[in-house]
Design a protein around this ligand. Structure first.
Ligand code: BES
Ligand code: ZN
Length: 619
């Protein structure tokens, strides 16, 4: 068990927040077995070799420690093989605890009061949960194999022995040896050209938590967008990606106007092969993202707004434990929508708010037997943090901030957020500390306006409070009318739909009755060509409707190809989990689901495989 002592910055403010449960001065992070801060890991020197033949990372993690009188350093590890450990260059007898479910194996390394450096020689296990090793065939360019990591939430320990809690920050340097001709990138200052000898040096001067450690190796090229931003991708994707992200430089400047300086130097993006299990990951200096946002028309770039926003909420001000995850994601969704609004307009942002509201309602429905998981402040003790991380943190969290904004006004809200990001920069934050800060620096200035905010209900209560705001429906009203007339008369108002963006189409389809009649599916397909769409958000929704309707061509002919192609390459859990669920829900599609999953399982990331094994059945 790890204990982080966090001094309450403003005791008076926190006392003013009288109705909350007594805020603890201690953030207990059940999900790490390290013993920071008794021994603080200040800096990591990582020296590793990436071996594609053996599918293994091997090398040494050297920690510069600050020992506050502990007898041992405890680090997290998950199926790592430890080869030897040196403390200040002397071999020591370390021990490894038995595995604890979800947490892995704690390593105990004896140290003295004056010990300074602990070097752990290790190699990765057979199935590290953070890593996906792709064959050349599983990439877009099909030229070289590819490796990438996904460390959030507690998987860094499966490729680096480390203190793996979001409340523990360290700086790092790394030397990474890869086969000649490959490019290597990290969440650090990155090369723009390949190293002739395959040896790369990385430097990360800002202290970050372990979940932001990241590495990618493959046939990767770089293209600049402007002086501060650029994109990395496989050769066949690089031009498309650079076009799609052409506006990202402006996005960074706009984010700075809203919430203060971008403090991480460069902002680059890496477009991964399609097996990447999530939409995006906010690795510092280098956002990792799925190629499924490259729609060709910039319509899904708001995902970048989200990952960019994490450079304030999450990377700069970090949730102290995974129970406080809403402080990372809820703030980021709020920030992302404000950023998108300032780059487009209110009617566009309102559509995103409304789609988020629908997601939230769907999540509440899914969690109706687990109401405790609908609280913002979670209790994930004894659980896999992945189980608790859902749209509640994102959408209920964002809506809570929106509710505050509507009470105090935008100017006060933005002043407060700027102050908050500054005050807690490069620090961690608990829910209680945030509430205390909120009380003192914002709510206390607007006692009348905020007296019925119902903070407790928002943070510690289940479901969504009755005073939850709902976005204006200006653009969706017209979409609803189009849908209704289609359902009632079969007529489609093509003049109305000619101006639609992806988000109008999503709303149009989401609220269709399920299942639609085959003839209705056919008509929609003839008019909008949904089966052939290059937009993964629309495709996924359409395929789910297709299965529900048992839209025949889907099961046998051309559309089968489209869905099969989609499932064969795309590994994004948000898309494939609901689609496989729908396939498994009907007797006529169970065989094809099993057949496809059997064929494509290896194309998915280990974490996606874990989710899907439960739905479709394992190997
Ligand atoms: N940090 C998350 C991804 C994450 C969360 C990974 C928890 C592992 C555990 C990232 O910023 C994120 O939220 N991605 C979303 C995109 C988004 C636009 C909501 C995703 O991947 O779908
Ligand atoms: Zn996020």
């Amino acid at each position: 068990m790890k204990t982080t002592f966090i001094l309450l910055a403003t005791l008076s403010g926190f006392l003013a927040c009288k109705s909350s449960p007594t805020p603890s001065t201690t953030a207990q992070d059940w999900h790490t077995q390290s013993n920071d801060p008794e021994v603080h890991c200040q800096h990591l020197d990582l020296n590793i070799r990436v071996d594609f033949e053996q599918q293994q990372i091997a090398g040494c993690a050297t920690w510069t420690i600050e020992n506050k009188q502990a007898k041992a350093l405890h680090l997290d590890s998950d199926e790592l093989t430890i080869d030897s450990v040196l403390v200040d260059a002397h071999a020591v007898a370390y021990t490894k605890d038995a595995r604890v479910a979800h947490l892995g194996e704690r390593i105990r390394i004896p140290i003295a009061a004056a010990s300074k450096q602990v070097a752990v020689y290790y190699h990765t296990g057979a199935h590290p949960r953070a890593l996906q090793w792709l064959t050349a065939q599983q990439t877009l360019s099909k030229t070289k194999p590819f490796l990438y990591t996904q460390s959030e939430s507690i998987y860094a320990r499966s490729w680096i022995p480390c203190p793996d809690g979001p409340g523990i920050r360290f700086t790092y340097d790394a030397t990474v040896q890869v086969p000649k001709g490959f490019m290597a990138l990290m969440s650090a200052e990155n090369p723009q050209q390949r190293a002739v000898d395959g040896i790369y040096h990385f430097h990360m001067p800002m202290a970050i938590p372990a979940y932001l450690m990241a590495l990618a190796v493959g046939d990767i090229e770089f293209k600049a967008i402007d002086a501060r931003t650029g994109v990395y991708a496989e050769p066949t994707m690089i031009t498309k990606a650079a076009n799609e992200f052409a506006e990202v430089g402006k996005m960074v400047s706009q984010a700075e106007k809203l919430y203060g300086p971008y403090r991480w130097g460069r902002y680059d993006m890496l477009v991964l092969p399609p097996g990447f299990p999530i939409g995006g990951m906010e690795n510092p200096k280098l956002t990792f993202c799925t190629p499924t946002i490259i729609a060709g028309d910039k319509s899904l770039v708001n995902l970048i707004a989200h990952e960019l926003a994490h450079n304030w909420s999450g990377n700069l001000v970090t949730n102290a434990t995974w129970n406080d995850f809403w402080l990372n994601e809820g703030f980021t969704v709020y920030f992302e929508r404000r950023l998108t609004e300032s780059l487009t307009d209110k009617s566009y942002a309102d559509m995103l708010w409304e789609l988020g509201y629908q997601d939230l309602q769907a999540t509440l429905e899914e969690l109706k037997d687990r109401p405790a998981d609908t609280k913002l402040k979670l209790d994930l003790t004894g659980r896999d943090p992945d189980d608790g991380l859902n749209d509640i943190a994102y959408e209920k969290g964002a809506l809570f901030l929106r509710a505050i904004e509507l009470k105090v006004g935008r100017t006060a809200m933005d002043t407060f957020l700027n102050q908050y990001f500054n005050h807690f920069a490069f620090k961690t934050i608990t829910t209680e500390l945030f509430l205390a800060y909120l009380q003192e620096h914002l709510l206390a200035k607007f006692p009348e306006q905020t007296k019925d905010l119902a903070i407790d209900a928002w943070v510690y209560g289940t479901g969504v409070p009755k005073n939850a705001p709902r976005a204006d429906q200006d653009r969706f009203k017209q979409v609803n009318a189009t849908r209704t007339s289609f359902l009632q008369t079969g007529a489609l108002d093509l003049k109305a739909t000619s101006t639609w963006t992806t988000h109008e189409y999503l709303h149009f389809l989401r609220l269709m009755p399920k299942p639609l009649a085959v003839a209705q599916m056919q008509q929609l397909d003839q008019v909008f060509h949904f089966t052939q769409t290059g937009n993964a958000e629309i495709a996924d929704l359409w395929f789910i409707m297709t299965v529900a309707a048992n839209y025949k061509p889907a099961m046998y002919a051309e559309q089968n190809e489209a869905m099969r192609n989609f499932l064969s390459s795309v590994g994004r859990r948000k898309f494939i989990v609901p689609l496989y669920k729908e396939l498994m829900a009907h007797p006529y599609s169970v065989p094809v689901a099993k057949q496809w999953y059997h064929a494509f399982r290896n194309n998915y990331h280990p974490l996606a495989q874990e989710s899907l094994d439960k739905i479709v059945g394992g190997k």
